[in-house]
Ligand binder design. Structure first.
Ligand SMILES: [Zn+2]
Length: 309
């Protein structure tokens, strides 16, 4: 069982407020950090959330707008000053490479750790994959002149439920034999072949967390976010500002909730709020009208993503 938690380092769109920093989300899974976007000053809440400076970390940039990327240099410099040694893999649009290389050169920043920059030029695909999870991306729609991506962390399925009662009845000792059976191996015990599937149920699905970045809703994203356990979707505007949302290629709270419903997601969390809204209750209410399991993100809020029953 792996822990899976989401922490919002910043939830404001375009500029900060006294209680809202710019976009940055940390998904923490069993000690590995997946950071989505690096809004200006994001290292401040990163420090306050006590994530530590030398955890295995991957950074994913949704698009090259300043409120999503300007914090990356300060963040890296802070990690470096703290003596980070582990490399960081950074993924994002093509311009990310020049942005990082040029700025690190101009500012004369010599990092204490390596950064591996991976630029994305497909419409969708897999960025990271291992035995436990994968990170996938899909092109989003933040205007024709901006390359933008949405991301999902998708866990691989996990072993089925282990029938301890039955194992005890068969007098199998706890420990390595339990582990082997749970991992799908058949074992020989007391000269008897015991097959895994007599004690272990069908494999159980892993969890899926989606991050929209800045975007208009689309059928492609609806498909991409299908069955998310937690979907984090931008909600820059209220429905009364739908015109502005369309013009600036953002979404309203109602649109985010409608997409969540269509995509059959389990829970929705809204983020990336226009600074015109000091109070977010109206955004929450309009989303709740179409999708009940919705919440509003706020800076430093953490949300756990449990396994579904
Ligand atoms: Zn943007």
């Amino acid at each position: 069982m792996a822990n899976l938690d989401v922490t919002f380092l910043g939830t404001s769109a375009a500029m900060p407020l006294e209680n809202r920093f710019l976009s940055s989300i940390v998904v923490s899974r069993d000690g590995t950090l997946f950071i989505f976007d690096a809004g200006e000053g994001m290292q401040y809440n990163f420090i306050r959330a006590r994530f530590g400076f030398n955890k295995k970390t991957m950074l994913f940039i949704t698009h090259m707008h300043s409120d999503h990327i300007l914090g990356i240099l300060g963040f890296f410099q802070t990690l470096s000053l703290q003596g980070r040694s582990l490399p960081i893999d950074v993924y994002g649009p093509k311009l990310l490479y020049d942005f990082l290389k040029e700025n690190l050169r101009i500012l004369g920043i010599n990092l204490s750790f390596e950064i591996n920059i991976h630029t994305i030029d497909d419409n969708e695909g897999i960025l990271v994959t291992n035995k436990d999870y994968k990170i996938v991306f899909c092109k989003s729609n933040h205007g024709s002149d901006i390359c933008s991506f949405a991301y999902c962390l998708i866990e691989n399925s996990r072993p089925g439920e282990f029938d301890i009662k039955k194992a005890k009845e068969l007098e199998i000792p706890e420990g390595s034999l339990y582990r082997m059976l749970q991992n799908g191996e058949n074992v020989i015990f007391n000269n008897r072949l015991i097959s895994s599937n007599t004690l272990v149920g069908p494999r159980r699905p892993g969890r899926k967390v989606g991050i929209s970045g800045d975007t208009r809703p689309s059928n492609e994203l609806c498909e991409f976010f299908k069955n998310c356990d937690l979907l984090i979707f931008e909600s820059t505007f209220k429905s009364t500002e739908l015109g502005k949302a369309k013009e600036s290629f953002h979404s309203t709270a109602l649109e985010a909730a409608s997409l969540a419903k269509l995509a059959c997601v389990h829970r929705l969390c809204l983020t990336h709020f226009s600074t015109r809204y000091r109070n977010l209750i109206d955004l929450l209410n309009e989303a709740k009208a179409v999708f009940s399991d919705v919440d509003i993100a706020c800076d430093l809020k953490s949300v756990s993503v449990p396994y579904r029953k």
